[in-house]
Design a binder for this molecule. Structure first.
Ligand SMILES: Cc1ncc(COP(=O)(O)O)c(C=O)c1O
Length: 364
């Protein structure tokens, strides 16, 4: 039977958060909640949903669905260029930012090249690196954050890329402006630094690193953002990257021609304008976070303070056993290490259910 190269068969497949329907089918239960994939508990941006509905109420021989989408994503890129004060040819759209991680790895790495990344961090970085025969170089977190000094120390003549998730998934920690500036001053030209800011819209710490500044200064930097998190469009699959136009034009050579759908482009454009939805999402996230912290503290449950819409819990017991016990109570969280779980901040009633369930399975 045909076999892929060893570097492909060695990849550990991505395990997505369990869908609610799957859990309910398996256990024959109802009313489960999913706090596993850092989705927006308020739902999609209403303006984005309206834009899709408007498009679909146009008679089927006049709406856009029978046509290929605008492969260049003109209107969405124009809106993003105005938001970030960058040129349209400095933006690339992806089928989720996930696709852009993969395209970046395929564009800039070749077999044997090293990509430096933190551990634990977003699992797609090592997968995309290994997918083309590259070598992931994993640098342990320090105090649950990217150890940017150690990551800069790990750069060798074989390094072509560095991945930084800021905030980090799964720990929710950030790197500060000072840490990131120092890191960039140590990285030689010719290495692509990918700064993945999937959760940046949730950050409240004023010390949060300013990546755009380094892009403006002409550094080899790719900033990734997504419509899957605060904008609530994870199911539509759309994200974007900002980088110098030479980097973007090389990535465009490997980008599939119609990688983002017309509905996703339209929804994203309107989600950007939906200030009310963004504000309410931030508010409910901050309130949920405060509630969870208070409950964790009063019940002696260890947690790592987060700048995102999820919290990392070093539970000091087998994470899979705990995960399965929570599943039986209809609560889906994410085991992210042997003794660590990650919980998405949900609606107030979901957070309350989570706390009750954690108390019942963790406290004596
Ligand atoms: C750090 C990080 N980057 C990227 C992504 C991928 O998001 P998208 O839905 O845009 O592919 C995620 C999703 O979980 C994430 O946590």
């Amino acid at each position: 039977m045909i076999k892929p190269p060893a570097y492909v068969s060695d990849i550990r497949p991505y395990v997505p958060g369990k869908p609610v329907e799957e859990l309910e089918r398996e256990l024959g239960i109802k009313g489960s909640i999913k706090l596993a994939s850092n989705e927006n508990p308020l739902g999609s941006a209403p303006l984005a949903v309206k834009a899709i509905l408007d498009e679909l109420t146009i008679p089927n021989n006049q709406n856009s669905l029978n046509r290929y989408p605008d492969g260049s994503g003109y209107y969405l890129k124009k809106a993003l260029s105005e938001k970030f004060f960058v040129a349209e040819d400095e933006i690339i759209l992806g089928n989720g930012s996930n696709e852009l991680i993969d395209i970046a790895a395929r564009t800039f790495l070749q077999a044997g090249d090293e990509a430096v990344m933190a551990h634990p961090s977003f699992v797609v970085y090592p997968m995309s690196t290994q997918g083309i025969g590259g070598k992931p170089v994993r640098i342990p977190l320090r105090n649950y954050s990217h150890d940017l000094n150690a990551m800069a120390d790990a750069v060798t003549s074989g390094t072509k890329m560095v991945f930084i998730a800021n905030p980090n998934n799964p720990t929710g920690t950030i790197n500060t402006r000072e840490e990131f500036d120092r890191f960039m001053s140590r990285i030689p030209d010719g290495i692509l630094v990918v700064v993945d800011e999937a959760y940046s819209e949730y950050v409240t710490d004023p010390a949060y690193a300013d990546s755009i500044k380094h892009f403006t200064a002409g550094r080899d930097l790719l900033i990734l953002r997504t419509f899957s998190k605060i904008y609530g469009l994870a199911g539509l699959r759309i994200g974007y990257g900002i980088a110098g136009k030479d980097i973007i034009s090389e990535m465009n050579k490997l980008r599939p021609p119609f990688n983002t759908s017309s509905l996703a482009q339209k929804a994203a454009l309107w989600a950007l304008k939906d200030e009310d939805h963004i504000k309410s999402t931030r508010r409910i996230n901050e309130q949920g976070k405060k509630y969870l912290y208070r409950e964790f503290e009063s019940n002696g449950i260890k947690y790592v303070p987060s700048e995102a819409n999820f919290v990392y819990l070093p539970v000091e017991r087998d994470a899979n056993t705990l995960y399965n016990k929570l599943l039986r109570q209809g609560i889906i969280v994410r085991p992210v290490g042997p003794e660590e779980i990650r919980v998405t901040i949900g609606l107030p009633e979901e957070n309350k259910r989570l706390i009750e369930a954690l108390k019942s399975v963790m406290l004596p």
